[in-house]
Write a protein that binds this ligand. Structure first.
Ligand code: NAP
Length: 529
């Protein structure tokens, strides 16, 4: 069993006990009381353990190991000793390896409080020996783990270090699997989230979570709510397939809540994580290669966003191995947003953005994709989103004109896909069946702007015309409001987001995505922004 452990910084007895009750309500199995700055009265610690709503770990972390305790060792030892004097004992006491190795007195005293294989007695309190590095992976990490493993008094090995990249998580998983003693191996910081969420998949003794976002005890710690609900803690097991969104930055991506809710609704044994990778191709290649090289991770694929869409194409082309493929249209667009790791280990890179735009518009026109042939489509903008849209509509035979602020960019893009190019002021005389906004004009906070100025009296709008805005914040942009008022069918950018995600879901799981769940989660997230 992997214990979901709430980290509680103790300020007062009542605050800490109340926090433990809350942790139990939120689904924690265990609490860690960080008593670093709590008290100098050892009796307070005894009382804390007696009255705790959940089994507990007692930790008094000194400043030299990243904690806040700056008193003397004698007092610290006395606090720890008193954790074990009442009828109820703590489940664990945590002590730093460095302190343990340095002081024979401390080893002797602590051996009286914790379970000692040499001296069987009435306590089940286990000793966690721990080591933390808030800067980097310590050069002597393996030596430390070995020392912990060989110390007879040590029941649990704990190492935590600042992750430099997503690759560090893999070493944490390896360490957990290699030890004969229960092990906690966690990476701190944004890149270490996988080690925290997947601790259960790899059989760690526990993972830590905060009760609310501000009260964590280490960088990168998720909240209990996030780990339980967003990352599907209860359903994680050794076979769980791992997916994610690769980007930089990626912290605010809406894909994790959307895909995890989809896995939940469709009963898929999968979890979806944010995967920050710095922009350069070498980082992308090194990270994805190592994630793919660990079969027990069951890495099933990823959504890929800025700045890695070109890197994904190159990676699959150059490193994919036998049977790997890049979708032809993704190659022409020059960007892929989806990685699929197939069962035989081969890779597939494709672009679900253009397909999402195509299908959203076809639904609006009530036609199939081949019905797009000959339709007049006005694409506003000539950036990355426009590129995918132009490629998709041209592929299905639409007559596409690109309207852009910078004429040269429109001409260049049009030249690549055999479309027409024009500047924004030419929109006034356009007479299209479909208008697609691929610029950020009208996006929050500039919600009163529209890429078609004076759209409320725009002659191109009317019944039978479809207007699609790729912007999803706000969901109803000024462009869409004006178009709807003129009788057009309108499609918000959320549809593109939902459908590109749904196509990924289908590719990874072989099942149709629960579109309504995707929509609800996305709209819920947007409404809270
Ligand atoms: P991009 O590559 O930076 O391109 C932006 C385009 O907008 C360029 O053509 C640019 O014109 C034009 N533009 C920007 N500001 C403008 C202004 N003030 N006036 C006139 N034109 C302006 O960006 P992108 O990746 O294509 O993304 C564009 C938009 O698409 C985003 O804002 C986002 O809302 C949306 N999007 C939505 C989804 C979805 O899933 N719903 C996915 C991707 C993108 P110049 O060439 O003259 O600079």
């Amino acid at each position: 069993m992997t214990y979901l452990t709430a980290a509680i910084t103790v300020h007062s007895l009542e605050q800490a006990l109340g926090a433990a009750v809350r942790a139990a309500e939120l689904g924690a199995d265990l609490v860690e009381y960080r008593i670093d700055t709590f008290t100098e009265d050892p009796n307070d610690i005894t009382e804390l353990v007696q009255r705790s709503a959940l089994p507990c770990i007692i930790t008094c972390r000194p400043t030299w190991e990243g904690g806040a305790y700056d008193g003397d060792e004698q007092t610290r030892l006395s606090l720890l000793e008193h954790a074990g004097v009442g009828a109820r004992k703590p489940a664990f006491i945590d002590l730093e390896l460095l302190a343990f190795e340095k002081s024979a007195n401390l080893r002797q005293k602590i051996s009286l409080v914790v379970d000692d294989p040499d001296r069987p007695r009435e306590t089940d309190t286990g000793l966690i020996l721990s080591s933390h590095d808030f800067e980097q992976r310590p050069a002597d990490l393996l030596r430390k783990v070995k020392d912990m493993a060989e110390a007879p008094l040590c029941r649990v090995i704990k190492v935590a270090w600042q992750a430099r990249s997503l690759r560090d998580n893999l070493e944490a998983f390896e360490l957990i699997g290699q030890q004969v003693k229960p092990t906690i191996a966690l990476c701190m910081g944004e890149c270490g989230l996988a080690s925290r969420v997947l601790a259960k998949k790899f059989g760690a003794l526990l993972t830590f979570a905060s009760i609310d976002g501000d009260a964590g005890t280490a960088p990168g710690q998720p909240t209990l709510g996030e780990i339980k609900k967003l990352y599907r803690w209860d359903s994680l097991n050794a076979d769980t397939r791992v997916f994610g969104v690769i980007g930089y930055p990626v912290g605010h991506s809406m894909s994790p809540p959307v895909h995890n809710a989809g896995f939940d609704a469709a009963n898929i044994n999968g979890v979806y994580l944010p995967m920050p990778i710095p922009p350069e191709y070498e980082h992308f290649k090194a990270t994805i290669s190592t994630w793919l090289a660990m079969p027990r991770l069951h890495f099933g694929g990823a959504s890929v966003t800025i700045p890695h869409k070109e890197n994904l194409l190159r990676f699959v082309r150059e490193e994919g191995g036998p049977g790997s493929e890049v979708e032809e249209l993704a190659e022409r667009i020059g960007a892929a947003n989806t990685l699929q790791v197939r069962e035989d280990g081969s890779l597939y890179a494709c672009n679900t953005d253009y397909a999402a735009a195509l299908d959203a518009v076809c639904d609006g026109l009530n036609i199939q994709r081949d019905g797009l042939s000959g339709k007049k489509v006005a694409v506003i903008g000539a950036g990355g989103a426009a590129r995918a849209v132009v490629a998709g509509f041209k592929h299905y035979g639409a007559s596409v004109t690109i309207y852009n602020r910078t004429a040269e960019r429109a001409i260049e893009l049009a030249g690549q896909f055999d479309a027409d190019a024009a500047t924004l002021d030419n929109l006034a005389s356009s007479n299209a069946d479909v208008y697609i906004n691929c610029t950020p004009i009208g996006m929050h906070p500039n919600i009163d702007a529209s890429p078609i100025p004076g759209a409320d009296s725009f002659k191109g709008f009317g019944p039978g015309v479809v207007v699609f805005d790729t912007i999803y914040n706000p969901i109803q942009t000024k462009l869409l409001r004006d178009a709807a008022a003129a009788g057009c069918a309108t499609i918000p950018g959320t549809e593109m987001f939902v459908r590109q995600g749904a196509a990924q879901f289908n590719l990874w799981t072989g099942k149709d995505a629960p579109l309504d769940v995707f929509r609800d989660v996305l709209e819920d997230h947007l409404s809270r922004k």
